[in-house]
Ligand binder design. Structure first.
Ligand code: PEP
Ligand code: MG
Length: 596
């Protein structure tokens, strides 16, 4: 069903973005525009002046200590000259004129430390901005940085705007971190839209995992809305309708009901096998970030967990998890899975997966930096802590270990070596574990895909991570909305890599799965099945539509379609061709109510 008249023509504001997590919700806007900077003037009682001044002094002290640490590290890694900027930061904060102005304002205007500090810093920034000398103009960013740092210290113990959200809230933000999204209270937050972000940004992945409707890459939505505005968020079509008229609301309410019925019909497949019309099993397993999601995957009819993103143990906690924390999380999953398989991916920290608190000195090119297995190999005590916990949990149920972002054979060997080391330790200590635990790797870097034959000899399984494989093959940042149109898993170069990986796996008789977001798209799944992939690991919400598709198609059909797709020379042609084929098989999945 499509609507008779696009809302834009009815004078409503319609903003398009990327549909990253399905579902339609209608709610009230809460804007998070750099939450930390939303400091409203708040008066204080005269007797609280001393307390506010003290809070400010403490925040300054802590910020200076923090900057000094960053400074030292920056000096070691980038040299004295590049690190000089931090001396300016310290100098600013330690300047008695600055603290004098803030104290003076708290006292004279009876306002909070947050407000006084931002006000004084804003004034300095505008002086720099209007200075003729370009050197001063560049200092504005530094002042912004300082403001953020000070406010983070001051607001640390306070309730954030997010925590104060009412029920029925739709968050509209410039951007959200994966950990912010993971912390959403589902009782109150219906969905979100962000100006930044791409199809496979981790924020988008979390939204899908938690089944929160989401649209990202809306460019300038934050400027279009105000707190309390009514919005329709259409995560199926990547659309936000601001202040919809009653007719549009009524149409969308009907769409929501139709969607609900479709979901119910998919739910009926839950306990049926995922087998093609010509009798081939296609294993549908789930991607999870937290143990609580296991039940969601099983509830959707998933057969196990094909990707546990364990870095979320870090991202959702302020301190580094202990071996016990790891162990408890893994054991919990094993218990919930009751004999079904659990693939634990070792920590994939770095790039966009840091919380502010845990961020190290920013890398200039974090997606090409010290992330993932590289980070673990450099931080072996941390890595071993996790491996000990994984192995101990393997005594309780079927677990496989998977390394992320492997890009050279030396890395794989080194990581396996660490596992062996840990096994010896555990043996000496008398701990039980699965001695023949399977060890596999993600294929998400082109070098690994190209060398798949070599890797296949030394590991027990492959899982193709299209989210990263696409960004590294096509040189397209997966979280940058400005190049989102170039991010396409159906690019012929990506498909060729996948074909080669699947062939290498077959030749060496090791299983190959796909756990990137694309595996949940029916047209891409058709291609994967045609290329020989027999396990798809996806967010729980994608399992039911995939199962319907699998049960409606034959492998022979998929093979024919993938052969034809391989002959086409552009992603646009391949996408159109596959969409057309998949639509013929399950038309209802492509004709969801809403506006295309
Ligand atoms: C991938 O890159 O496809 C993947 C599954 O890993 P992540 O999205 O966690 O980087
Ligand atoms: Mg990845």
């Amino acid at each position: 069903m499509t609507f008779s008249q696009p809302p834009a023509r009815r004078g409503q504001r319609l903003v398009k973005g990327l549909p990253v997590s399905g579902g339609i919700v209608i709610g009230k806007v809460l804007v998070i525009d750099d939450e930390i900077r939303r400091v409203v003037p708040r008066s204080i009682k005269p007797e609280d002046v001393g307390h506010e001044r003290e809070r400010f002094d403490k925040a300054v002290k802590k910020s200076i200590a923090e900057i000094r640490r960053v400074h030292e590290q920056a000096e070691r890694e980038m040299g004295k000259e590049a690190a000089k900027i931090f001396s300016f930061h310290v100098g600013m904060l330690a300047d008695p004129t600055f603290s004098g102005s803030v104290h003076g304002m708290i006292e004279a205007d009876k306002v909070t430390a947050e407000y006084a500090a931002t006000h004084v810093l804003d004034k300095i920034a505008s002086q720099f901005r209007s200075a003729k000398d370009p050197v001063f103009a560049t200092k504005v960013n530094d002042i912004d940085d300082l403001t953020d740092r000070l406010l983070a210290q001051l607001l640390g113990g306070r309730k954030s705007v997010l925590e104060q959200a009412d029920s029925g809230t739709v968050i509209i933000a410039r951007d959200l971190t994966p950990s912010q999204t993971a912390g959403f209270d589902r009782e109150r937050i219906l969905g979100f839209a962000t100006d930044q972000g791409g199809m496979t940004s981790h924020t988008a992945i979390i939204a899908k995992a938690l089944e929160i409707p989401a649209v990202v890459g809306c460019q300038a939505l934050v400027r279009e809305v105000q707190d309390g505005d009514e919005v329709i968020l259409d995560g199926d079509h990547g659309m936000v309708i601001v202040s919809p008229d009653p007719d549009t609301v009524a149409e969308y309410l009907r769409a929501i009901e139709q969607r609900r019925q479709y979901q119910v019909s998919l739910g009926e497949l839950r306990d049926l096998p995922s087998v093609t019309q010509d009798g081939v099993d296609i294993h549908l397993v789930g991607n999870i970030e937290l143990p609580e999601e296991v039940s969601r995957v099983l509830g959707a009819g998933g057969e196990g967990i094909g990707l546990y993103r364990t870095e979320y143990l870090y991202l959702t906690s302020k301190t580094e998890p202990t071996e016990g924390d790891h162990y408890r999380a893994y054991r919990r999953c094993v218990q919930l899975l009751a004999g079904r398989e659990l693939v634990i991916r070792t920590m994939d920290l770095g790039a966009d997966k840091y919380t502010q608190g845990q961020a190290e000195v920013p890398e200039r090119n974090p997606f090409l930096g010290c992330r993932s297995i590289r980070y673990c190999l450099k931080n072996q005590p941390m890595f071993k802590k996790q491996l000990r916990a994984v192995l101990r949990a393997s005594a309780e149920g079927p677990i496989k270990i998977m390394f992320p972002l492997v890009s050279s054979i030396a890395e794989l060997r080194q990581a396996k070596f660490v596992v062996n080391d840990v096994m010896e330790e555990l043996e000496e200590e008398g701990h039980a574990f699965d001695r023949s635990i399977k060890i596999g790797m993600m294929v998400e870097v082109p070098s690994a895909a190209i060398q798949a034959e070599t890797f296949a000899r030394e590991c027990d399984f492959f899982s193709i991570g299209t989210n990263d494989l696409v960004q590294y093959t096509l040189a397209v940042d997966r979280i940058n909305e400005r190049v989102a149109n170039l991010y396409n898993p159906l690019h012929p170069a990506v498909i060729r890599l996948i074909r080669d990986v699947a062939r290498a796996a077959k030749r060496h008789e090791i299983p190959v799965s796909c756990c990137g977001e694309a595996a949940g798209d029916l047209e891409f799944a058709m291609l994967l099945i045609g290329l020989g992939v027999r396990t798809l690991s996806v967010s729980s919400s994608m399992i039911p539509p995939l199962k319907r598709f699998v049960r409606s198609v034959t492998v022979e059909q998929c093979e024919r379609v993938s052969r034809e797709a391989m002959k086409l020379e552009s992603d646009v042609h391949i996408a159109a061709y596959l969409r057309d084929r998949a639509r013929k098989i399950v038309p209802e999945a492509f004709d969801m109510p809403g506006i295309d």
